[in-house]
Ligand binder design. Structure first.
Ligand code: ADP
Ligand code: TZD
Length: 580
């Protein structure tokens, strides 16, 4: 008896299986965290991963786990991992994968899937779905592994695809049968790949750098635009040096705020509507000329109609060679990774670089100072009920006093006002709705920011926005994360004042339950809930949340008439011309 069991143990020690090979392959590549939601066929994978020392953060909905993985990718330059079950779990994670790809965040969605033979003959398996085919058009790359000995290659390919070139989302399909396949342990170890240089530097061509410098040097009214690609690149010191050495005013896109402190004297953010149409040469660093920049043309840029070119010349630094000319002509594309491109530009500028003409700088300073003074006046008011400005005046102070804290932000008015009022002081601290303006990133981003950094997280949420991921306050409590959620409660989507045009008993589609107490949701799971109706109460609650690091939700009551429909992007919101 004894002898037999010893033999069996010895044999077991010499074997590995699909579960362990996935975990070993991830760990070998420095991936130590999985965001996911257990169930068939990946429950044991989450358990074994935890047993092997990985951090396994379990969510209440896969979309939130996916958003957590995506933002972890943005923060760390390593692909964030989201792990889900098949069909419905996969689909729930897929929105986050598509959003990550759109935002150029590296992530890998790993989903278990049903039995290939049954799925392909559409015989009705448990959670049957051809997941690989569905994922393919929505992400950067998609792979399936059928044999345990190929797991190492599958994970290596997924990592390279996610982080090399323009980062993005990758789908990895792992059929249920794969996990229990066994392999000789030594052969298993040999099959794994530690990816060498997963995001190779891409050095820009010297003539492209020179062309860009010639154009920039000829400008009378130059402008630098920093996008979230510049934040992602982690070339913070060189980017700051480039801005300061050139003396050129700059505008940060939303998630590039803090790359240089928003209080920097060269920031033209408070004069945005002046500098965009007035600039003659614009240097884009990791920012696309998509809708967020009015496609580089139209009235925002001084064009006569919404389609007209404003006459600017553009230099675009980007890792994707296909980005140039996507909206308007790019006169000097500089293709390469931002770190290499910015250091090449810096070197090429030499020591004699002439600062921009003084008239340009003083024209900007004049507008900026006027707008800053106007804003200070608005922020100093203390209306009752609170409005966005008086509440955000508090948030602005708290962030200033805690520059290492992360600021997660979603909503419409709650997003737009926070972006313009709350200054950021450090790179990659502002995490928001990104390129799609997607609602639902809030709690997933907040959990990931806290897990990855251990810094305090402040989430400024519209009440509608919060609803998309609100159940994750349980996750925040379960892992005891230092997250302070502030729900700007104005009783609805955009505002709480719409009425049902038919006069019927249903409320209008944009209106929620009046005077809801979101703070009670946090209390239900053991966190701190606070109901705040004044800036003083909001301030005290936020200070206490940061100090105690306890999960906190502040229900900040905002005047329900204060918002505008669609926030700042009302122009994109079609309205019926018919009156009745
Ligand atoms: P924003 O929304 O802030 O304007 P976008 O998401 O539109 O920024 O643009 C980010 C750009 O940065 C993308 O075109 C992407 O290809 C580019 N990018 C991302 N990472 C790098 C990198 N390491 N080096 C160069 N370009 C990068
Ligand atoms: N669904 C998804 C996934 N993303 C979206 N952007 C929307 C719907 C549409 N939408 C916006 O663009 S903002 C918003 C919705 C529903 C919510 C705005 O209301 P809020 O913020 O309460 O979050 P404010 O401060 O009241 O404007």
């Amino acid at each position: 008896m004894t002898d037999l069991s010893i033999t069996a143990n010895a044999q077991a020690e010499e074997l590995t299986d699909g579960f362990h090979l996935v975990i070993d392959a991830l760990k070998l590549n420095g991936i130590d965290t999985i965001f996911g939601l257990p169930g068939i066929p990946i429950t044991d994978l989450t358990r074994k991963a935890q047993a092997e020392g990985m951090r396994v953060i379990s969510f209440r909905h896969e979309q939130n786990a996916g958003n957590a993985a995506a933002i972890a990718g943005f923060m760390t330059q390593k692909p964030g991992i989201c792990l889900t079950v098949s069909a419905p779990g996969f689909l729930n994670g897929l929105t986050a994968l598509a959003n990550a790809t759109t935002n150029c965040f590296p992530m890998i969605l790993i989903s278990g899937s049903s039995e290939r033979e049954i799925v392909d003959l559409q015989q009705g398996d448990y959670e049957e779905m051809d997941q690989l085919a569905i994922a393919k058009p929505l992400c950067k790359a998609a792979f399936r592994v059928l044999h345990a000995e190929d797991i190492g290659v599958g994970i290596a390919r997924a990592i390279r695809a996610a982080v090399s070139g323009r980062p993005g989302g990758v789908y990895l399909d792992l059929p249920a049968k794969l996990f229990s396949q066994t392999l000789d342990a030594q052969a298993g170890r040999r099959s794994l790949i530690e990816v060498v240089d997963p995001a190779p530097r891409q050095i820009p061509a010297p003539d492209a750098v020179q062309r860009a410098l010639d154009l920039l040097g000829s400008a009378k009214r130059p402008l630098i635009l920093l996008g979230k690609g510049a934040a992602y690149a982690q070339a913070d010191a060189d980017i700051r040096a480039l801005v300061e050495k050139s003396g050129i005013p700059y505008l940060p896109m939303s998630m590039a705020k803090g790359l240089l402190p928003d209080t920097h004297e060269q920031s033209a953010a408070a004069a945005r509507s002046y500098v965009l149409p007035a600039a003659d040469v614009v240097l884009l660093i990791g920012a696309r000329l998509n809708w967020l920049l009015s496609h580089g043309k139209g009235k925002t840029w001084g064009g006569k109609t919404h389609k007209d070119w404003g006459g600017q010349k553009f230099i675009q630094v980007d890792i994707s060679p296909q980005e140039a000319d996507s909206n308007v002509r790019i006169d000097a594309p500089v293709v390469g990774d931002i770190g290499s491109c910015v250091s090449a530009l810096l070197a090429g500028m030499g020591s004699q670089w002439a600062k921009p003409p003084a008239e340009w700088l003083s024209a900007i300073a004049e507008r900026r100072d006027k707008n800053v003074a106007k804003m200070a006046e608005t922020l100093a008011k203390n209306p009752s009920p609170m409005n966005y400005h008086s509440a955000l005046n508090v948030v602005r102070d708290i962030v200033k006093a805690n520059p290492d804290a992360y600021l997660v932000n979603e909503g419409a008015n709650a997003l737009d006002f926070t972006r313009s009022i709350v200054d950021m002081y450090k790179p990659r601290k502002r995490l928001d709705v990104g390129t799609w303006g997607i609602m639902g990133i809030g709690m997933g981003f907040a959990v990931a920011a806290a897990v990855v950094s251990a810094e305090p997280v402040i989430a400024i949420e519209g009440d509608s926005a919060f609803g998309f991921s609100g159940m994750e306050v349980e996750t925040i409590c379960r892992y005891n994360l230092p997250v302070c959620v502030v729900v700007f409660n104005n009783n609805g989507v955009y505002r709480g004042t719409d009425v049902n045009p038919s006069g019927g008993s249903d409320v209008a589609p944009t209106v929620f339950v009046k005077d809801a107490r979101y703070d009670k949701i946090m209390e239900a799971f053991g966190g701190v809930g606070v109901h705040a109706t004044t800036p003083a109460q909001l301030r005290q609650a936020m200070e206490e949340a940061i100090r105690s690091r306890r999960p906190t939700l502040i229900n900040a009551v905002i005047d329900e008439t204060a918002g505008t429909e669609s926030g700042r992007i009302t122009s994109l919101n079609p309205q019926s011309a018919k009156k009745k």
